[in-house]
Ligand binder design. Sequence first.
Ligand SMILES: [Zn+2]
Ligand SMILES: [Zn+2]
Ligand SMILES: [Zn+2]
Length: 138
Amino acid sequence: MQSAEQILTNKSIRPTAMRILLMEHFLQFPLASFSLNELEDIFEHSDRITIYRTLKTFQDKGVLHTIEGTNSLKYALCEEECSKDGHQDRHPHFHCTICDQLQCIESVYIPNINLPKGYKADGVSMTIKGQCATCTNT
Ligand SMILES: [Zn+2]
Ligand SMILES: [Zn+2]
Ligand SMILES: [Zn+2]
């Protein structure tokens, strides 16, 4: 597996201390998503603006994609094909109604949807609701 620093360099992001720290956090939980507030609690010694700017950079460079959560926007690691030229995340997200986690289901691919003439899609999002693997095991 690539180090946080390598991944950042590959996506032409200068690996600053904060960027490496955030990247390492996301690599630890590859399919999980985190909101700005959650990350602020985890990195309590970093300021909110710096965390926000880092997330924004990661999103622009194809490192993280956003997911609409119930109350907030969540950030999760991208698939390898994503770059600064665009996101290729065509997987559904799973919203667990017990633990309230939003996870990427990258093993599933959302197929192309045939739209009526004249419509142009910029992306597709699919959220599945239910109980996640961790919650059904307990
Ligand atoms: Zn992406
Ligand atoms: Zn759950
Ligand atoms: Zn995702």
